[in-house]
Structures are given as structure tokens and as C-alpha cells.
Design a protein. Structure first.
Length: 59
């Protein structure tokens, strides 16, 4: 099975949206990596925790 780039990007975007909704629903957080390689934790209450050597870009 072959998936083109646009379809894959759309699936990834929808997965992120679903994860955020589920985290909000359950009062927890999602974890992902940003383009700089930092690990990001986004909590349901809006708090963002950045771990990595480029975290100062978020302050």
C-alpha cells in the first residue's frame, strides 16, 4: 500500500488533534518532539513543559 506525502501529513495532523482532545477529556497531557528535538509536554490546562537544549526559545 502506498500513501502519498499529503495524505500522510493529514493523518499525522489528525492524530495530533485527536490526542489533544483525549488529553483534554482525561485531564492529562500529550508528549511530542518539536523541530529542534526538544521533548514537549502539553497539559490539558495549557501548561507546556519543554525538555531539551533549545528550551529557552519557549520562554
Amino acid at each position: 500500500m502506498h500513501i502519498n506525502r499529503e495524505t500522510l501529513q493529514e493523518l499525522i495532523r489528525k492524530t495530533g488533534e485527536t490526542a489533544r482532545k483525549e488529553a483534554q477529556k482525561h485531564g492529562t497531557y500529550i508528549v511530542y518532539r518539536d523541530v529542534n528535538g526538544n521533548t514537549i509536554r502539553e497539559y490539558a490546562n495549557g501548561k507546556v513543559v519543554v525538555e531539551g537544549k533549545f528550551r529557552d526559545k519557549y520562554k
